[in-house]
Design a protein around this ligand. Structure first.
Ligand code: GLA
Ligand code: ZN
Length: 711
């Protein structure tokens, strides 16, 4: 077992190494039943808003939250106005009273720093903090996340309130950790283009390139007479009649991602100093909605937190029509968030609790779906879930984002289902909830390729995220466990590594892939491989550029496909019905590789898919944008050839994952379909959650699940 070596605690429970990484939190003041020295509770809680709830209801809330078996709450991430009603005048008394009541009921607290929504006095006095969107329009207060990540005044005021909170709660009984800000990555305008960002970007470019000659050379600014003779002339990518310089735009995406990470980093450094006993995280969302390189954001935090709203995702992205496709997209998000910190268990800081939406909302999930969705996160490596939210807001923009309690504070339709889910998750214990996820293969999620392709997709309908979702859906449906990685990370433990539209390839990535394949790995790449270098310049070599030797082919011509009908005929190794080529066709000329499939029609003499034996490994180039059915068949076949096969054959729409701690293994079987399904299981299993198998057969009702252990 790779990075996650087991560690035996005094209690004999085998815990993965990362348990050591979390600050040792012991509760100093006697708990609800007078016990002291409580360990950090399992993180099975709810997001609670005492700032939006009459104080006379707090006691009842705390009692009901405890009765529901919930262990903790997240509070205050949107309470700046109450904590600093006037500049420099701080009032934490109300929050101290709320935390005290919660602690009395044995409920631990995660405090949120409120920099995602500053109060009106602040944006009125300091209008320069406002974000400027990609059209050059200054967004206005009134919503949230309308601030610039670079602006020093905003950073100072945000750090001020966070520091005052930290000083006030560093030794408060019940407080165990912090969430910095709220969802930097998910916002309508995930990029600021203001004058402060312009100066920040110019400084960042100067630090990166050192000389103007170097940046002019890397971006190729001689084109259209854009040569910079002064750092202060470098613009931000705002509308300019004519497409922007690809190198500048890619670096701007990198700068904005860094600006958000360093914004959070300031608060993190302060919390480390003021609250050394507390853990620190922040909540984001993973692929395919992610707009920031989260590895930088979370590098020094204790663990990753993610927000999970499958039902809302379904109405927010109609393409996710079928429960199966939706389940796959959500799984991609979980796998990408788990891998941000190398497989360390992550927390679902916000889990859907009912009907969900703002101006429009998703219907009440069907019976079983709330339980299923929460368990899907745990099945993919989460160590806990906090439901969003306790009550349903009766005012504000999210009145239709329903909580565990209805607007009249009665228990919601899914209340008992959520309480049952929490109880069942507790039966997995810390060992199960903080065990390692078993992944045999990996898929690349490359921000540079995503950002560079969005500037020059080549085919207006081509998007990185749609390709990533299609490839992930195909690979993950084999149920052998999929990590979502970056190609300069360790590849050695994977039987196969998949890379859809890996448009930008760095020297470091190319060398890492070459070594991996030479030593026996299977690398599977999609079209548009290695077209761009790290400055988003076209490589000065026949495609696929740096990986030509590994792939053993030359791209004779990259063909964006619009209306023309283009088919792909498969050879014996990939035998199957002729495929349709959708948006793209790289016409491949095998050098040392062999053709596994050919185009038909106008491009019939060209290879569409090739296999190259390189060193002890294999490299497969899928040059055609295959229809979903053919793509799934081809990638599943290559995956099986790489030796990655699931022992459990599950029908479509049923997901199987595994987690391990020492010699213990948990098998999660999740039925995402509205129909009854049956899964056949070789070997003896006992049930930890749900029903166990009977004579090797495991029936699952609609949206039902089981967690099994080898008997
Ligand atoms: C996001 C935010 C929350 C809330 C929920 C519901 O994930 O973090 O503040 O808005 O969604 O919309
Ligand atoms: Zn800005």
């Amino acid at each position: 077992m790779g990075r996650a070596a087991a560690m035996v605690t005094a209690a004999g429970a085998k815990l993965p190494v990362w348990e050591r990484a979390l600050p040792a939190w012991k509760d100093t003041v006697p708990g609800a039943n007078g016990e002291t020295g409580n360990e950090r509770p399992l993180l099975l809680g709810v997001d609670y808003y005492p700032d939006q709830t009459p104080e006379k209801l707090w006691e009842e809330d705390a009692r009901m939250i405890a009765e529901a078996g919930l262990t903790n709450v997240r509070v205050a991430e949107f309470a700046w106005g109450l904590m600093e009603p006037l500049e420099g005048k701080f009032d934490f008394a109300w929050l101290k009273r709320a935390v005290e009541i919660l602690h009395k009921h044995g409920i631990a607290v995660i405090l949120g720093t409120p920099s995602a929504a500053p109060p009106p006095w602040l944006s009125s006095k300091y209008p320069e903090i406002l974000l400027v969107n990609k059209d050059g329009v200054t967004v206005q207060p009134g919503g949230r996340r309308f601030t610039c990540p670079t602006n020093k005044t905003y950073r100072k005021l945000s750090l001020n309130i966070a520091t005052e909170m930290a000083k006030a709660f560093a030794n408060t009984a019940g407080v165990m950790g912090w969430q910095i800000d709220n969802e930097f990555t998910l916002q309508p305008h995930a990029r600021c283009h203001c004058k402060f960002c312009r100066e920040g970007f110019q400084d960042w470019v100067k630090a990166k390139y050192g000389t103007l000659d170097s940046v002019n050379e890397k971006w190729g600014t001689v084109f259209w007479s854009q040569t910079y003779t002064d750092w202060r002339h470098i613009p931000v990518p705002l509308p300019s009649n004519g497409d922007p310089n690809p190198g500048l735009v890619l670096d701007y995406d990198r700068y904005q991602s860094h600006a958000c990470a360093s914004f959070a980093g300031e608060q993190l450094a302060m919390l480390r100093k003021e609250c050394p006993k507390h853990f620190v995280t922040t909540n984001q969302v993973g692929a395919p909605l992610d707009t920031l390189n989260l590895r930088e954001m979370y590098r020094d935090m204790d663990f990753v937190s993610s927000d999970n709203y499958p039902g809302f995702a379904q109405v927010f992205m109609p393409a996710l029509a079928s429960p199966e496709v939706m389940a796959s997209m959500i799984a991609l998000g979980h796998d990408s968030m788990r891998c941000v910190k190398g497989g360390k268990p992550f927390l679902i800081m916000e889990e859907q609790a009912g009907k969900a939406g703002q101006s429009f909302f998703a219907p009440q999930p069907h019976p079983g779906q709330l339980r299923l969705w929460a368990f899907q996160a745990v099945a993919h490596g989460a160590m806990g879930v906090n439901y969003f939210r306790w009550d349903s807001a009766r005012f504000g923009a999210e009145e239709y984002w329903f909580g565990m309690l209805n607007h009249d504070r009665s228990k919601s339709i899914g209340f008992d289902e959520m309480a049952r889910t929490v109880k069942e998750m507790k039966s997995l214990g810390r060992e199960g909830l903080e065990s390692s996820y078993v992944a045999e293969v990996a898929i690349s999620f490359d921000h540079d390729s995503s950002w560079a392709l969005s500037v020059q997709p080549g085919n207006s309908k081509l998007t990185y995220m749609a390709q990533l979702m299609a490839w992930y859906g195909s690979v993950a449906s084999a149920n052998t466990g999929t990590d979502v990685i970056q190609l300069d990370e360790d590849l050695w433990k994977y039987k196969a590594v998949f890379a859809p539209v890996q448009y930008v390839v760095s020297e470091k990535q190319a060398e890492n892939i070459r070594k991996y394949v030479r030593e026996g790995g299977t690398f599977v790449a999609g079209f548009r491989l290695g077209v761009k270098n790290e400055s988003s310049q076209i490589v000065n070599a026949p495609l696929p550029g740096l990986l030509r030797d590994v792939m053993g082919v030359t791209v004779k011509d990259p063909v964006p496909v619009y209306t023309e009908k283009l088919g792909v005929k498969f050879g014996s190794q990939l035998a199957g019905a002729e495929a349709q080529c959708a948006l793209w066709a790289d016409l491949l000329k095998p050098e040392s590789a062999t053709a596994l499939a050919m185009y038909t029609g106008a491009y019939e003499s060209n290879a569409a898919i090739t296999l190259n034996m390189f060193g002890k490994g294999k490299a497969v180039y899928v040059g055609a944008d295959l229809d979903p059915v053919s793509l799934a068949r081809v990638l599943r076949t290559v995956l099986a050839i790489s030796g990655s096969n699931s022992a459990i054959q599950a029908p479509r729409g049923v997901e199987v994952t595994r987690r391990r701690a020492g010699d213990k293994e948990w098998v999660f079987v999740l039925n995402h379909t509205p129909e009854e399904q049956e899964v056949s299981l070789a070997g003896k299993f006992s049930a930890v959650v749900g029903n166990g198998p009977n004579n090797g057969r495991l029936p699952l009702r609609a949206y039902d699940l089981a967690v099994l252990q080898g008997a």
